[in-house]
Design a binder for this molecule. Structure first.
Ligand SMILES: [Zn+2]
Length: 240
């Protein structure tokens, strides 16, 4: 029974939350009719599963690749976006990147991949970037989600703060990591022209967190609370 307790709570929360949504007269969602992830949807959340294809991202001791964890969580977030009517477009929905394959070096392809993701966000009017990544560190003890945001942008900071609040409240109340402005090491955020955040969902270098991140139940709980953070952002922004 204990095994299913978290799941039952999550389902109850979902039902309650969707009932609440129906009771709100002003729509929380800026565009409610779009349910398919087509490109260039004005006002869409650009849901970015980090890395992909030849770029695996960080690799855990047991060989788990960051790109795969990112994609699982991003697809779960997409499922909740569909449920709540949040318009979105994914930068990828399979194991590939967005690089120009004609380019010779990995370095050039990596750059072209980032620029393609960047264009998708910044050429979509009214879009918001939600990039999903995992963390890695040489010391195993560090754990917990952390949210980075585009520096000097109030909307990015607000979105990051709401995401952090939702994810920590829902899945890791002891996590004291604060939101952080990105430095130039995160191109998508540092050069952002739209509200942009990156959620580092957890540390692949921490054994306990790695096993959680490999659990479908934990991934979908994380995704649910990420989705709620986004809904909170739209709800607040409409009232500003
Ligand atoms: Zn990454």
């Amino acid at each position: 029974m204990k095994r299913y307790f978290g799941l039952i709570l999550l389902i109850l929360a979902l039902v309650l939350f969707s009932l609440c949504l129906q009771r709100i007269n002003d729509p929380v969602i800026p565009v409610s009719s779009v349910m398919t992830p087509e490109k260039r949807i004005p006002g869409a959340v650009v849901l970015d599963a980090g890395h992909g294809g030849e770029d695996g991202g960080a690799v855990a001791k047991d060989g788990t690749q960051e790109k795969d964890v990112n994609l699982v969580i991003a697809k779960d977030v997409a499922a909740f976006f569909r449920l709540f009517g949040v318009p979105y477009v994914m930068t990828r929905d399979g194991d590939h990147d967005l690089a120009d394959k004609e380019l010779d070096t990995i370095r050039e392809r990596k750059r072209s991949d980032i620029l393609a993701r960047y264009a998708l966000v910044n050429e979509t009017p009214g879009s918001v970037l939600l990039s999903i990544h995992q963390n890695m560190y040489e010391v195993e003890k560090y754990w917990g989600a952390q949210v980075f945001y585009a520096p000097d942008d109030a909307d990015s900071l607000r979105l990051a703060t709401l995401l952090r609040a939702s994810v920590t409240r829902g899945t890791q109340p002891e996590n004291g990591r604060e939101v952080k402005p990105s430095n130039d090491g995160i191109y998508l955020l540092y050069r952002a022209k739209r509200p942009s955040v990156m959620v580092e969902c957890g540390f692949l270098s921490n054994e306990r967190e790695l096993s959680l991140l490999k659990s479908p139940n934990y991934d979908s709980a994380l995704a649910y609370f990420i989705c709620r953070g986004v809904l909170d952002y739209y709800s607040l922004r409409e009232n500003v």
